[in-house]
Write a protein that binds this ligand. Sequence first.
Ligand SMILES: [Zn+2]
Length: 505
Amino acid sequence: MKRRDFLVSTFASALAISALDFKQAHAYNIPYNGLIDIQMNGKSQYLDDYTPFIDENNRTMVPLRFVSEKFGRTVDWHEESRYAIIRDDDSKALYFPVHSNFYIRNDGETIEMDTESVIHNNRLYIPLRYLAEELSLRVDFTFNNNKPLIVLEDKLYINSRNPDLKSYSVYPFNATILYTYNDLVADLNWLKRYYGDVLDIHSMGKSTSGEYDIWGIRLGNGEKVATAHGAMHGNEWLNIPILIEQIKEYASLYKSNGYYQGKNVRQLLDDVSIHFIPSVNPDGTALCQFGAYAFPQRAEELYRLNNNHVPAGYDFTRWKANINGVDLNRNMDTGMRELLRDDISNRRRPGFLEPTYAFFMGDDVESEVESKILCNHYRQKNSVLLLDYHSSGRILYWNFSNTNYNRQDDGSFVQVPDLLTTQARKIASAMSSVTGYINHDASAVHNNTTINRWGTYRLQIPSITVETTNVVDVQRTVGAMKFMNAYFNERSRVLYATLTAVAAI
Ligand SMILES: [Zn+2]
């Protein structure tokens, strides 16, 4: 059965799964008694002895050796010191002690886990989440004939089913299929190590779940701050590695006092510094990449949100919102909430009036911590550019000067100063000339509560939305790169053109 058919046919039975079973199991601190099946690289395993289970911290535990060996790793057990070592063909090794809430990499780094490894059925069990991240596995948590099923796939297997993706693994960042939060942290650690003296890398706060940091990276001493943020929409995570690659290239040029197109980069960035916020909505991105399973404690609630309005079962690949089901790019104060609500109610514009995977504006402006973090950053007094990365259409949206569409809830109309419109046009033109992206007059897109409109109305700084791929549906893998070649290939030039245009205004 194809996966989609499978999801549709099990949709009803999945709903019938009683949460009680899991909860009762927790109450008595015993494994879920229905057994959890596991499928690895397309092969189902039904060995009761090896069954995964949910521990008292609500974490899914899997047998370390069984899973690691299936994915080509070797495992050694040290009886005396009671720990297991997982090794791959390269030099990577992982040390997992028994009854510990941490493990150690061979480079000395200790990683804390949110639950303890245990011996169960005479085998060492560790939380699936960490093993999956270390082995770069894609995880799906689903149901098969009313039984929970964990589906694990590695990149080779996924590539073998999608041969056209292979050629895209040559891109310089370390992700052939997904670019996860772990990939982001690994890149930031790398940047700290090599460019920590020129980059200011800092957490701007935690995401709603509290599990992830929202990272800010500043380069340059310019008092004027241009900012680029990505992945407000969780499923549009492909822009995260683009921004990271820009940071790598410009940090290198800055540190070496290098030149780009004949101009000294340090001089440019000491005039206008650049602040990157690559991943505004890490909860939403984790949901898109790993499904409800990414947040086991909220999985049932998230499943419900994902099936409001337009059911998609356990398929979260379309997820844009944050973990509360609020679309962060509808959560801003543009003075148009009532008009937008009215449009949605009367089906003049697509949208939803309650939490779900996308298009819900939230109960109030900036009701979400991610929105607050982002808006507070832009409100700093020397903010000179708002660059908002999305993934649909290879378009630059910039112009909000058409007063007919600037109507506020109170009936007044916002006047966008001509100078501001001119500045935004110059920057968008510079970006368009490098990428060939359509320079789109957004003034005909009305009644919305998006961040670029907020930046234009409330902060009166040039605010541009960049849509980097053809269609948002291809966001599932890095294979989508082929739809955004121009932007990816020209990422250095486009940043240079942008900063030069900002410096000139
Ligand atoms: Zn978007």
